[in-house]
Design a protein around this ligand. Structure first.
Ligand SMILES: [Zn+2]
Length: 267
């Protein structure tokens, strides 16, 4: 009994030490950032005060029209203004519109990872400006931004939520406030990586909830859910459903990068 307790106390102390060490590392990294030239977030070449070098920048694939007005996925060819994709008509999402700044590829993946694991928080303002551009129409009609929440256990392990970082950057770029804490991840969902579309949907089933004390901040509001990457859309769909159930007037989705295989128009 006593030895078990000592063991537990030992583990707690070593956890504290590890967390302390990571804070020290973060401070040192901050000091080094001032002293050393910045590195390109994708290829690690030194750059001049930018997040990406010119070569990697030129490889980024920004998503522009023509795309499905509902899903925001680029069309194979331009069907004319206001046309929806067959996917949007056959299987309409709970959210109203989705927009993404860039396609998910090697360069955008490197940016997302650099932000997500806390090495490059300096990238957030740049990524937030791109999100602000991609979501201009959505943001013009929005009352508040809602970052996709992490389960508290994952947030504690990672120390911060990359979607909240992006939402804060979009807020700075657009003036639309962040509605913090209106959405909770109540189920510690498994990582979505490697799951099929239907497995992803099942994985986030019932994962998000609007706590009773946040209902007033959601009811009747026009909300934009912000996330870093959209793959199958199951996560943002789960968020949109929870917000709509709590009485949101409508929910749009704004992500930094999306998997975007071109779609065909409905005509
Ligand atoms: Zn580069």
């Amino acid at each position: 009994m006593a030895s078990g307790f000592r063991e537990l106390a030992g583990i707690a102390a070593s956890e504290r030490l590890k967390r302390g060490a990571s804070v020290v590392r973060a401070i040192l990294r901050g000091a080094l950032d001032l002293a050393l030239p910045r590195l390109c977030a994708a290829c690690r070449e030194p750059v001049d005060g930018q997040g990406l070098c010119p070569a990697c920048w030129s490889k980024l694939s920004f998503i522009t029209r023509p795309y499905c007005e509902r899903l925001g996925i680029p069309f194979v060819y331009d069907p004319g203004p206001g046309i929806l994709s067959m996917e949007a008509i056959a299987d309409p999402p709970a959210y109203r519109r989705a927009r993404a700044a860039v396609r998910f590829d090697d360069i955008s993946r490197a940016l997302v990872h650099a932000l997500k694991y806390g090495d490059r928080l300096d990238l957030a303002p740049m990524m937030g400006r791109w999100l602000g551009q991609a979501g201009r129409e959505l943001l013009a009609e929005a009352d508040a931004l809602v970052p996709v929440p992490l389960h508290w256990r994952r947030q504690w392990a990672r120390r911060f939520n990359q979607s909240a970082m992006l939402a804060a950057a979009v807020s700075t770029a657009s003036g639309v406030p962040v509605a913090a804490g209106v959405l909770k991840r109540v189920k510690p969902t498994a990582q979505q990586v490697g799951l099929s579309r239907s497995e992803r949907a099942a994985n986030v089933q019932g994962a998000f909830r609007v706590p009773p004390e946040a209902k007033a901040a959601v009811a009747g509001r026009r909300l934009v859910v912000v996330d870093d990457v959209l793959t199958s859309g199951a996560t943002v769909e789960g968020c949109a459903k929870a917000l709509l159930r709590a009485g949101a007037a409508n929910v749009d989705v704004l992500v930094f990068a999306r998997v975007a295989d071109p779609v065909r128009a409905s005509i």
